[in-house]
Write a protein that binds this ligand. Sequence first.
Ligand code: DX5
Ligand code: ZN
Length: 214
Amino acid sequence: MIVSPSILSADFGRLDQDIEMLNRSDAQLIHCDVMDGVFVPNISFGFPVIEAVARKATKELDVHLMIVNPQNYISQVRDCGAAIMNVHQEACVHLHRTVQAIKDAGMKAAVTLNPATPVETLTDIITDLDMVLLMSVNPGFGGQKFIANTVAKTRRLRNLIDRSGSKALIQIDGGINLETGRLVAEAGADSVVAGSAVFKAENPELYISELAKL
Ligand code: DX5
Ligand code: ZN
């Protein structure tokens, strides 16, 4: 299991120490949640913070943009050190163009679906994607409860990817802990994002290694 801890739940007053912990851990990615207060009802952080994380991190940055018009920020996301640029399907009118532009900029392209958006909306673009993220909560906040329908949705996405020959990874984000992580692993997920479960754990490094074994 590819674990991508979300720094949304990190301690921003000592972010350097939290990044050092992630560097030592079994996490393969570091998940950065950007919120604009328009696409989602919350504001998190932007490019200066991601740049600071990139300077310290030895893991690839997985940047999840919960913003309108993400196509306007592709070169800025690349320049601040992202390996994966992740845009919401619901925020992109011309999703195919945006995905190509992300790849042309030298990043991996990922698309996120909100809980109410069916996986079939990606049928005609699935072979162009490096990763699909299924939101297992409504985006905007850490610490919410996992939406159980995500397990069946993960299975449908697994089928769609396997039938198409796409190499896209499946990532699940929201309410992930060892219990819900096991459910999505069994349904075919390749990667989990975890914020509060990791950073509220008594031993975050150990918790990450347990998630990685799922
Ligand atoms: C939610 C974000 C998530 C969030 C997950 O809008 O996209 O990445 O940080 O937090 P937990 O793991 O606490 O649900
Ligand atoms: Zn996220």
